[in-house]
Write a protein that binds this ligand. Sequence first.
Ligand code: ME8
Length: 514
Amino acid sequence: MSKRFYITTAIDYVNGQPHLGHAYEKVIADVIARSRRALGEEVFFLTGLDEHGQKVQQAAQADGKSAQAYCDELAVSWQSFVTKLGLTNDDFIRTTQPRHKEVVQAILTKLHAEGHFYQAPRDGFYSTKEETFVTEKERLPDGTFPASYGEVVQLSETNWYFKLGAHQQWLIDHIEANPAFIQPDYRRNEVLGFLKHNTLEDLCISRPAARLTWGIPIPFDPAYVTYVWFDALVNYISVPAALGDSTVCGATNAQLSLWPADLHVIGKDIIKFHAVYWPIMLKAMNLPLPRQLLVHGWWQKDGEKISKSTGNIVDPVAIIDDWGLDAFRFYVVRELDIGPDGNWTDAGFAARYQAELANGLGNLVNRSLSMLKRYRNGVVPARHDELAPVAAQAAADTVAHLRASELQKALHSLWTLVTRANQYVDQTAPFKLAKDPAQAARLDEVLYNLVESCRVLAVLLNPFIPGTSAKIYAQLNLPGPADQFALAAWGGLPPGQTIGEPAALFPRRDAPKA
Ligand code: ME8
C-alpha cells in the first residue's frame, strides 16, 4: 500500500449558491489532481461542504426551514455543481454526516482528557459573518470594525478554550524550516510576520447551545456545540479516518494511506485557520502536518468585490451553459495565477476565448485534421520528426510546472506548441504543397507533424480541458482517454491510421451574449 497524493479544497459554506470564487478553487484543485494522475500517481481528491455554524443557521431561519432541511436542499445543487465543473473528486464530505461528527467528537474527547482545553468567561465583540470574536486591536480609527466582519455584536459568555501558548514557537520554526509549507512565499511571510509579532490568543472552540444549536455537540459538555472552524478543519482527516487510513486510525492492516495531505488548496482569507490553528490541532493530536497549503487569491468582477447584495456576480453555471465547460476551466486557470487577485470581465473572457481557443488551439486542430482528410483521405502518413523537439520541450516544461502546481505557467509552456504549430502551417503552406505533385513527400511530412502535434496537445491539455482532449482523440480516431503524460512522447500517432471527422472545438463567436 503506497501513500496516495491527497489533495483537498476548502469546504464551502452552504449559505447560498456557488459563485466564481468557489468554482475557481475547485477547478485548480481538479487540474492538479488530474495532473498527478497523469503522472502515474494515485490520487485522492476531497471536496465538500461546511454545513454547521451560525451563518448557516441564520440562513435556514430566514428561509423558514430547519437547518438540516436547508442544508440537504442546498447540498443537492452544490453536488450538481461539482459535476458541472467536471471535478474528479474521490469523495464529497458534508460536515453533517455521522462519519465526520464521530471523528470531531472523538478528537474533542481525547484533547479534553489530555488537558488541552479549559473553560473561561469572556466579554467581547463577536462577528457572526466570520464566526469569531473580534479584538479591540481590530477597531478602525472611527471606532467601528472593518466591514469584512459584518455586524459585530457585544457578547458576554463562558466558553471552552484551546491552549495555544505552547505552540507558537514550534510553528514558527516549522514554517521557517519548510519553505514549501505555505505557498506562494508572500503568504508564508504574512503568516510568519503575524506569528512573530503577536502572541496567539487561545482559541475558543465552543459556542453556547443557548445561542447556537446548529453544531456538533461538545461531548464532555452538552451545554455547548463545537466552534464551526474546529469542526470544519477536521474534515481533512475525518474522511481518511472513515475510510480506514493507516496514519489517522493507527491501523496496521489498513488498505489506504492518505494522511498527511499533500496539498490543501485554500483562499487567502482562510490562511490563518489553515496555517496556524490547523497545524496546532494536528500537533496536539500527534498527527503529521500537511505538506503544503497552496493559497490562491480572490476574484473580483469589473474591478469590484463580487457581492450578491450589489448584484456584482459571475454565475459560473451560466457561463458554462453558454460557452462550455472547457472554455470556463481554461479561462480561470489561464487568466489568474495561483496567488494574486484576479479580475473577471466578460470582454476579457470573450477575448481569450476567441484568440486562444477558437483562433489558436481550435483552428490548429481543425485545419490540421481537415487537411489530412482532404489531401490524404484522412490516412496518417509516415512518421516525421520536424516538430518533435518543440513538442518534447513543451511537454517537459508543462509537466515540470504541473509538478510544482504552476498551472498558468504550464499553460504558457503548452501554448508554445500551439503557437509553433500554427506558425508551421503558415510557413510550410500545405495548401500550396497540395497543388504540386512533386511536393507530395513534403506534404506527408508536414501533415504528420501537424496531426501528431495535435495529439500531443490533447495529452498535455487533458488535466485542464479534458472534454477537448477527448474530442481531439476521438477526431483522431484514437482510443482515449489521453490521460497519461507518458502518451505525450512524440510518435504516438500510428502511420496508416485513418482519422475520424474533424469538427470545430471552439466555434467562433462575435460577442458575449447579453
Ligand atoms: O471559508 N475568489 O467557506 P466559503 C476566490 N467554510 N476565492 C473565493 C472567493 C473569491 N471571490 N470567495 C470565496 C469558508 N472564495 C469555510 C472554509 S475549510 C475547512 C472551511 C474561496 O464558502 C475562499 O477563499 O466562505 C475559500 O477558500 C472557499 O472559497 C470557500 O469559501
